[in-house]
Design a protein around this ligand. Structure first.
Ligand code: BV8
Length: 248
């Protein structure tokens, strides 16, 4: 029996039963915080699509333009606060002994809401990495740089972000895959499910028998494999489905 209704959800009973739960989130979970989604109408920057800028080729060609784009995004993210969907994820993290949040987002709003068990598949906008040593450092600068930021060793720094055509961090991907393989409940929140390998995680969970639920205002390539599909904004749906109410 496949549910497709927000009313007969099995989520509350499965959370009460403390089922092994995995959440996969995408840009839609941060939409109500004011962070532009990747492929939405506001996803453009100076008329250029993210896919053109979030690549090693773009950085090699014009590192300063890529840094300017990230600083512009950092400035926007810095003005955003976690929304009820982020807080509901953090609440779930506190409720369940076996829980894993896997996010495609780089805005660190899940951590800002208090989530502790977070796997950042695509890196973090608040970190920079040395292009020579590979060392990663916190980097909260938002001013558009005059020149390419440099590491102490003199080499260029790059955003600690996984760009298109780059492999994900092996350890992070292994942990995310292991979580999907052992999931009993998987919630897929606010992702267009087009980017791999993230989009394959819910398929993997479904293959091993997990109960898969999608929360998204729009249909996605994953919708057909979900047991439940809830059409609406995550900031409204997720707290309601989890029975989570923010403290006044
Ligand atoms: C890899 C960091 C292999 C950047 C991102 C050719 C060559 C190489 C690889 C490929 C190739 N062709 C295809 C690939 C694979 C490629 C890929 O998947 N491409 C896609 C576009 C087809 N993947 C890769 O390149 C990955 N690496 O494959 O490496 C490899 C192996 C070994 C050696 C070498 C190579 C790397 C992918 C990572 C790319 N980086 N981000 C940055 O942020 O600056 S991905 C980017 O897309 C973001 O991270 C974003 O999170 C992610 C997914 O997008 P979504 O989060 O889903 O956001 P989107 O805007 O699309 O959708 C928002 C959704 O929210 C919508 O559904 C909307 O309806 C919904 N929504 C809106 N409002 C709300 C809401 N939902 C709920 N509530 C709301 N209020």
């Amino acid at each position: 029996m496949e549910y497709r209704t927000p009313f007969a959800s099995r989520i509350p009973e499965m959370v009460r039963a403390r089922k092994r739960t995995v959440l996969l989130t995408g840009a839609g979970v941060s939409a109500e915080s004011g962070v532009p989604t990747f492929r939405g109408p506001d996803g453009l920057w100076r008329g250029r699509r993210p896919e053109e800028l979030a690549t090693p080729e773009a950085f090699a060609r014009d590192p300063l333009a890529v840094w300017a784009w990230y600083q512009w995004r950092r400035e926007r993210v810095a003005a955003c606060a976690p929304n009820p969907a982020h807080h509901a994820c953090a609440w779930l993290d506190r409720q369940l002994p076996e829980f894993q949040l896997i996010t495609q987002n780089v805005d660190a709003l899940h951590q800002a809401a208090g989530s502790r068990r977070v796997l950042e598949l695509h890196g973090c906008i608040w970190k920079a990495r040395c292009t020579r040593e590979g060392t990663v450092q916190e980097d909260r600068a938002t001013a558009i740089p005059e020149s390419v930021p440099r590491c102490g060793c003199g080499a260029a720094l790059r955003p600690h972000i996984v760009w298109f055509g780059e492999p994900l961090d092996g350890g992070v991907l292994a942990a995310a895959t292991a979580a999907a393989r052992t999931a009993e409940l998987m919630l897929v929140v606010g992702t267009s499910a087009v980017v791999e390998p993230a989009a394959s995680l819910p398929r993997l969970a479904r293959q091993v028998g997990a109960y898969v639920v999608e929360l998204n205002p729009e249909e996605t390539p994953l919708s057909a494999l979900c047991h439940e599909v809830h059409r609406g904004p995550a900031a409204e749906l997720l707290p309601a489905l989890l029975g989570y109410e923010a403290a006044p």
